[in-house]
Structures are given as C-alpha cells and as structure tokens.
Design a protein around this ligand. Structure first.
Ligand SMILES: NC(=O)c1ccc[n+]([C@@H]2O[C@H](COP(=O)([O-])OP(=O)(O)OC[C@H]3O[C@@H](n4cnc5c(N)ncnc54)[C@H](OP(=O)(O)O)[C@@H]3O)[C@@H](O)[C@H]2O)c1
Length: 289
C-alpha cells in the first residue's frame, strides 16, 4: 500500500461525467507533482477513449488510458485504489470484465455509485466473479473535482482498516474536501449536496439575469454572483474564525441596509420555506432511488 512518500496508484473504471471530472482533478495534481501519482482510466470503446483523450489534451501523458478486458484488469491489478465510476446498471458487466484475478486481494475498491450500498457493491462484484477479499468504501464526489473543489462524501463499514481509509482520504483530499458520514446517511447527505448545487446554479442564473436587465454587464454580474457566494461560503466554512449562517446574516444586516431588505423580500416571496421543502423533497427522492 502507498505510504505518504510513495505514489498513489489510482485506477478509474468508467470515465463519463464524474469519472472524467475526478480524473481531471487528479491529473492536475499529477502535472504539478508527477512523482506523486500513477493514474489509469478505462472506458468501454475506442470512441469513448478518443473523447477522453480530447478532454485531457496535453495532460494525457500523465495517465494510462484503455478499454477492454486485459487493460481493465491490468489497471485494477496495478492500483492501490480501484475507483468504480460506472452507472449501477453497468456494474455486473464491469464485474465480468474484472474477473477473479488473485492479485486483487487486499485492494481498496471505491464506489462512486449513488444509492448503492457497500454490501451491494461487494455482492454484485462477487456475482460477476470478482474476489470478496477486498475493502469496499463509498465516495460521492462532486463535479467541482475538476478544479480541485469537490465536496466528497465518504462512508465505509467498520471492517475497513484505518490505513485504507487514510489512503482514500489522501486521494480525494487532492481534489477537494472530504466529509465522512455514516453509510445510513449517505443518500440524505448526497441529496443535500445536490440541492446546494442546484440552488447555487439557480441563484447565480437568476441574479445574473436580473442584474443584466438592470443594466449591469453580464460578465460583471456573473462574477459578482459567483464570488459573493464563494466569499459567504468561505466565511462560514473557515475552520478558525468561521461563523454560523445566523451570525453572518446579523453581521451583514445594517439597519435599513440592502442585505436585510433582500432577506425580508426573499422571505415574503416564500424563498426560505421553498428551500426547506426542496431539500426535504430531494432527500425523499434520493432515498427512494
Ligand atoms: N455525475 C455526477 O455528478 C455524479 C456524482 C457522484 C456520483 N455519481 C455516480 O457515478 C456513476 C457514474 O455517473 P456518470 O454521471 O459519470 O455516468 P456516465 O456519464 O454515464 O459515465 C459512466 C461511465 O462508465 C463507463 N462504463 C460503463 N460500463 C463500463 C464497463 N463495463 N467498464 C468500464 N467502464 C464502463 C462508461 O464508458 P463509455 O464512456 O465508454 O460509455 C462511462 O464512461 C453513477 O453511478 C452515479 O451515481 C455521479
């Protein structure tokens, strides 16, 4: 297993939307510190490979790319972390591709599959012939991984060793922050992250459009909206000196000020209740998946 000084050997099996995002995040790290990582990634066809090469451009030389049975098995065999980034319905095919190589023993499998428990991953891989004597953990990263800004949720059964968990945290720590949650809260936490992203996108879009309608250039409005969100979030997330949402609202609420007026208007339009209800609906939806 890779110690802090040894390169992290990571194989990403499946490189669509999220697989490519984490690969790009890892590659950016590997470009800065080529000795720190050995990366490989596979897809299912030559067309997908071309798409992936186009996405990586020059950075391609930092990754071993491939498709098909032998390359996929070799990548898994040579990795410390085997990251599964296919859709749940493709898991059995992927398991058949991986097969029962004895050299997989003791490796850590990181599943990114939303809504699929560690136990189900283990069972489905075993049904396809993959060995059971590996550690299975779940990570739900976000698309921000591409720029090193993922908010990755991590959960794992108690049976997984601390050194394996540290390895997973070390890897995903390179592409953002890692929050550990109990597995029974994974779907709920995934839903909360999804709502926050949806809200941020909606808020930036609506605020930008309204600002442009009032005469502010689109690029300025967009920069204002995104950087204000990031600044407020940074304040609240800061480990030292971080403040709660209520404290921030109070700090921004000058009597008769613009911010407090905006809050009053948003509440009058029912925004607070709508956000609460959307969050609970997203949690219910995620749990029904
Ligand atoms: N999208 C997100 O933001 C996000 C966030 C967190 C977790 N997730 C989870 O991540 C998983 C993937 O989501 P996605 O949105 O990235 O899906 P996607 O865009 O459809 O990508 C799936 C990838 O899996 C590959 N694949 C399928 N079968 C394979 C096999 N047998 N061997 C190797 N690769 C195989 C596909 O290859 P081809 O390219 O050749 O078709 C494709 O690259 C899902 O389970 C989802 O729940 C997604």
């Amino acid at each position: 297993m890779a110690s802090e000084e040894e390169p992290l050997r990571i194989a990403i099996l499946g490189c669509g939307s999220i697989g490519t995002a984490i690969l790009e995040g890892f590659v950016s790290h590997a470009v800065r510190q080529p000795e720190s990582m050995a990366l490989s990634a596979c897809v299912t066809s030559s067309d997908s490979l071309i798409r992936l090469r186009d996405a990586l451009g020059e950075r391609c030389k930092h990754v071993t790319l491939g498709f098909g049975r032998e390359p996929t098995q070799d990548m898994a065999e040579q990795a410390d972390l085997i990251i599964l980034a296919c859709r749940p319905q493709d898991l059995v095919t992927l398991a058949n591709t991986l097969g029962p190589r004895p050299t997989y023993a003791g490796k850590t499998v990181v599943s990114l599959l939303a809504g699929v428990s560690c136990q189900r991953i283990r069972q489905q891989l075993a049904a396809g012939g993959v060995r059971k004597d590996m550690s299975f953990v779940r990570v739900i990263p976000t698309i921000g991984a591409r720029t090193g800004n993922s908010v990755s949720l991590l959960s794992y059964p108690e049976t997984v060793s601390q050194s394996n968990i540290e390895l997973v945290k070390r890897a995903f720590g390179k592409i953002g922050t890692v929050l550990t949650v109990p597995e029974e809260l994974m779907s709920k936490a995934t839903a909360v992250g999804a709502v926050c992203h949806a809200l941020a996108v909606l808020a930036v879009n609506k605020i930008t459009d309204a600002s442009v309608a009032e005469g502010i250039p689109r690029s300025t409005a967009m920069a204002l909206a995104t950087q204000s969100l990031s600044s407020a979030a940074g304040f609240m997330a800061a480990e030292e000196g971080g403040i709660t949402a209520e404290q921030l609202e109070a700090a921004l609420s000058t009597p008769k000020g613009i911010t407090l007026n905006s809050v009053v208007n948003l509440e009058k339009e029912g925004a607070g209740a709508a956000i609460g209800e959307a969050t609970r609906a997203a949690i219910r939806y995620a749990e029904s998946m």
